[in-house]
Design a protein around this ligand. Structure first.
Ligand SMILES: O=C([O-])CC(=O)C(=O)O
Ligand SMILES: [Mg+2]
Length: 496
C-alpha cells in the first residue's frame, strides 16, 4: 500500500496495481479486499476509464482473450487457447460504449478485466475461474484508427449479419466449451446490440447484462432504502430519467416490476409514473412511431417537452435519475426546480466516469440547500453544507454483480430470472442500518462488501432453487454460510 500510495496520478496507481496482479495475484487480491474503498476507484470506475482511453500506450501483455473478426469460424479453437479449463464467469465487451466514454474498440479490455477483479475480490469467485473477453469487430473511433499504438483491428465496426454471426459463433462456442452453467456477463455494448443480445440469449444461456440489469438492481436497492428516509412506498413516487438507454430503461423497468410485484397492479399501469427524457425530449406517445423498441413502453399519453427543465416542471417528479452519459446536464435550474416542490428530492447522477456525472455532490447539496438525498455512479467525497456533513451514496454496480454472479455460480443456475434481480436489490437494501440512515446514506459502506455479497449470493441462490433453475443439489440448508464457505480468500498456503 505504501508503494501504491506513493503515486499521485491515479493512472500510475492503476498500472502499479495491474503489475502487482501479474506478479503476485494473491497479494493483489489481499490488498484490494483490505483497502476496498481506497482501491476500487483505482482498479475500476473512474480510473479504469482513463486506462481504457490510454490502453494502447500502457499495454504490456494481454490480460484477457481477444476474439476478432479474423477468427470467424475458429472461435472455439481460440477459446481453447485460454490456459484455464474450468471457467465460471466470463465478462465480455465489444468496446462500443465504454462507460460514458463511447467507442474505445479493443481498448475496452480494461473493463472486463476490472469487473472480473471485483468478481474475485468482492464476490469470491476464484481468479482462475474468471475469463475477460473482448470481441474485436473494429472501431468507429477515428482517433484510435489513426493511432499507431491502437491494439485492435484498424477498420470500421462490422455490423448486421457479420456482427451477429460472430456473436452467435461465440455464444455457441462458450456453451460447447464450458457447459450451460458458465455465466456470460455482457458489458458496455452499445444500446442496440445490448438489448438484442440479452433478449436473444436469455432463454438459452446463463447471461446477464450489467449495464441494463445490474445497474437497475443497484439503483432499485437505493430507492427501496431511501424510503426509510422519505416515507411511503415506491408506488407513491414519480420518477423522471434523463437518458433512455440501457441503464435508464433497465432501471425504469425494474422499478415498474417491483411495484407491480408488491401491489399486484399490472406492469403496464405501474410504468405510468415513470417518465424518460432522451436527447429529443420527453418520451411521449406522439413520438411512438420513431422510437427504438426499448423506449416504446415509456411513451405515455402526455404533453411533449423538449428540455429536461420543462419536463421537471410539468411532471414534478420526486426522484430524478441521470443515465445520459453526458456530464453537467442536471443544471442549477433543474436541481432548484426539484427542490422547489420536494422537501427531500432524491437525485441520482449515475453516469460514469466522474467527468460524465450529471452533477456533482457539491452542486446537488448546495442547490437544494442540503435537503437532497444524493447518489452517483462514480465516487464523490463527503461534502459539508451549513455545518452538516453529507455523505453521498455511490450507486456502484459493484454492490450487486459480484454477489449476484456468485449466487448463480454456487447454485449451478442455468438462467437469470428477473426475480433474482429483485431478490438481490432487497438483500442489498436490507444491509443499510439505522446508523447509515442517520448519516443520510442509502447504501451500506463498501468496507463490508464481502459480507454483503455473500448475503446477496444467498438470496439469489435461494431464488434459483425456488424457481427450479439451480442444478447443484441438494440445496444447502444455510445458504449464507454456504456462500461464505465457498468464497475465494487470498491466503498464502502453508507448505510442510
Ligand atoms: O462501471 C460501472 O460502475 C457502471 C457501468 O457498468 C458503466 O458505467 O458502464
Ligand atoms: Mg458497464
Amino acid at each position: 500500500m505504501q508503494n501504491i500510495r506513493s503515486y499521485d496520478v491515479p493512472l500510475h496507481k492503476y498500472v502499479a496495481m495491474m503489475e502487482l496482479e501479474e506478479r503476485n495475484e494473491r497479494l493483489f487480491y489481499k490488498l484490494l479486499i483490505d483497502n476496498v474503498e481506497e482501491l476500487l476507484p483505482v482498479v475500476y470506475t473512474p480510473t479504469v476509464g482513463e486506462a481504457c482511453q490510454k490502453y494502447g500506450s500502457i499495454f504490456k501483455r494481454p490480460q484477457g482473450l481477444y476474439i476478432s473478426l479474423k477468427e470467424k469460424g475458429k472461435v472455439l479453437e481460440v477459446l481453447k487457447n485460454w490456459p484455464e479449463r474450468s471457467i465460471q464467469v466470463i465478462v465480455v465487451t465489444d468496446g462500443e460504449r465504454i462507460l460514458g466514454l463511447g467507442d474505445l474498440g479493443c481498448q475496452g479490455m480494461g473493463i472486463p478485466v476490472g469487473k472480473l477483479a471485483l468478481y474475485t475480490a468482492l464476490g469470491g469467485v476464484r481468479p482462475s475461474a474468471c475469463l475477460p473477453i473482448t470481441i474485436d469487430v473494429g472501431t468507429n473511433n477515428q482517433k484510435l484508427l489513426d493511432d499507431e499504438f491502437y491494439i485492435g483491428l484498424k477498420q470500421k465496426r462490422a455490423t448486421g449479419k457479420e456482427y451477429y454471426e460472430l456473436l452467435e459463433e461465440f455464444m455457441s462456442a462458450v456453451k460447447q466449451n464450458y457447459g450451460e452453467k458458465v455465466l456470460v456477463q455482457f458489458e458496455d455494448f452499445a444500446n442496440h446490440n445490448a438489448f438484442e443480445l440479452l433478449s436473444k440469449y436469455r432463454t438459452s444461456h446463463l447471461v446477464f447484462n450489467d449495464d441494463i440489469q445490474g445497474t437497475a438492481s443497484v439503483v432499485l436497492a437505493g430507492l427501496v432504502a431511501s424510503l426509510k428516509l422519505l416515507g411511503g412506498s415506491l408506488a407513491d413516487h414519480t420518477f423522471l430519467f434523463l437518458g433512455a438507454g440501457e441503464a435508464g430503461t433497465g432501471i425504469a423497468e425494474l422499478i415498474a416490476l417491483e411495484i407491480s410485484t408488491k401491489t399486484n397492479i399490472p406492469i403496464e399501469e405501474t410504468r405510468k409514473k415513470i417518465y424518460l427524457v432522451d436527447s429529443k425530449g420527453l418520451i411521449v406517445s406522439s413520438r411512438k412511431e420513431s422510437l427504438q423498441h426499448f423506449k416504446q413502453p415509456w411513451a405515455h399519453e402526455c404533453e411533449p417537452h423538449s428540455t429536461l427543465l420543462d419536463a421537471v416542471k410539468a411532471i414534478k417528479p420526486t426522484v430524478l435519475i441521470g443515465t445520459s452519459g453526458v456530464g453537467q446536464t442536471f443544471t442549477k435550474e433543474v436541481i432548484e426546480a426539484m427542490a422547489a416542490f420536494n422537501e427531500r428530492p432524491l437525485i441520482m447522477a449515475l453516469s460514469n466516469p466522474t467527468s460524465q456525472a450529471e452533477c456533482t455532490a457539491e452542486q446537488a447539496y448546495t442547490w437544494t440547500e442540503g435537503r437532497c438525498i444524493f447518489s452517483s455512479g462514480s465516487p464523490f467525497d463527503p461534502y459539508e453544507y451549513n455545518g452538516k456533513l453529507h455523505i453521498p451514496g455511490q450507486a456502484n454496480n459493484a454492490y450487486i454483480f459480484p454477489g449476484l454472479g456468485f449466487g448463480l455460480v454456487i447454485s449451478g443456475a442455468i438462467r437469470v430470472h428477473d426475480e433474482m434481480l429483485l431478490a438481490a436489490s432487497e438483500a442489498l437494501a436490507n444491509q443499510v442500518s439505522q446508523e447509515h440512515y442517520d448519516k443520510g446514506m442509502i447504501y451500506p459502506p463498501l468496507t463490508n462488501i464481502r459480507k454483503i455479497s455473500a448475503n446477496i449470493a444467498a438470496h439469489v441462490a435461494a431464488k434459483a432453487y425456488d424457481l427450479g433453475l439451480a442444478t447443484r443439489l441438494p440445496r444447502p440448508r444455510d445458504l449464507v454460510k454456504y456462500a461464505e464457505s465457498c468464497m475465494y480468500t487470498p491466503n498464502y498456503r502453508s507448505y510442510r
